[in-house]
Design a protein around this ligand. Sequence first.
Ligand code: ADP
Ligand code: MG
Length: 393
Amino acid sequence: MVLNTIRDADLKNKRVLIRVDFNVPVKDGKVTDATRILAALPTINYILEQPGASLVVMSHFGRPKGKKNPDFSMVPVGKKFEELLGRPVKVASDVIGDEVEKEVKALKPGEVLLLENCRFYPQEEANDPEFAKTLASYGDVYVNDAFGTAHRAHASTEGVAHYLPSYAGFLIEKEVKFMAPLLENPEKPFVAIIGGSKVSSKISVLESLVKTCDTIVIGGGMAYTFLKVQGHSIGKSLVEDDYLETAKSFLSAAAAKNVKVILPVDHVCAEQFAEDAAPIEVDSIDIPENLMGMDIGPKTTAMIVDALKDAKSVVWNGPMGVFEFAAFAKGTEAVAKALAASNATTVVGGGDSVAAVNKFGLADKISHVSTGGGASLEFLEGKELPGVKALEK
Ligand code: ADP
Ligand code: MG
């Protein structure tokens, strides 16, 4: 997958329409976490460094459900954006309409206009062509740097690309640079570590990655469904009985492809699902009837660390245990540390796995920490992301 990127674009004297993900947490009119704004700055600064370029910025913010609602106004976001950018940012009066058109036309080189919340209009999520055309009329070129919404075909993420020359910003470029090879031609050995709570939400990722990986680790809550299929007792652990057949066929498919599957061989269990539950180590694959698996045990961790030893690429999606509870976070922390220490190209995707990596302060030791929860999951499932597809060469 090769994208048109802003490096390929001639942005001189152009009015650039950019879609970013400024869907940041706001409390009492103040942005409480500006990570997403900061993440977009390299692309935005690059554009503004091009002589004569000006910028129309669009994003969604919260869920105003297609209606204008001052609670979801971009004004507080614009304030923070202005502060971090270090130059004036005007927040537009609306998303479409005569007034906005005037504000866009009045833009001078180097100036920045942030449109109001594009989800103030139902046409945004409906990917209405007329609405997309209007947005497109605000720019000479279109740049998308909102990976987190790239799995949605909305007017500002996909529709608009039909009407303008379209380029990926640095964020989307990096996401694709690290994730596409995992599905196409990963450096081998390639180890995939998949966890999280549910088989149902991860089976597509497993089925996609099994095509290119050499070893696949299955941990977290979903592992017990696989262990049950293999005839093990799993006690009171999380299980999806509807997915036993699916799990079974996955295991045979992996075996047919000579992909090594690592399932937990020991566990940290609890009597009930609670933060203050006492951790009980179970040194066998089988779990006693009165216990539930809450984390992988030390032998399993050692197996994963060993599998990572000569890996050249690693992808991790889904925690190995209930890492939100300190007593059951060890397996997840050990995996995060193993990735951080690895010489392989390491990619972490998924909301909770990324949260875990951040919690353990290891994000800067991972080759790529994906910025899109749902989008990175769909990417790893091998699905086409409409917002990315629109930027392909
Ligand atoms: P990601 O967001 O990284 O894709 P998921 O959303 O699939 O990950 O799964 C994360 C959730 O899985 C966490 O909230 C974690 O507590 C839960 N989980 C992991 N292991 C277990 C387990 N053994 N039992 C119950 N829940 C688990
Ligand atoms: Mg999650």
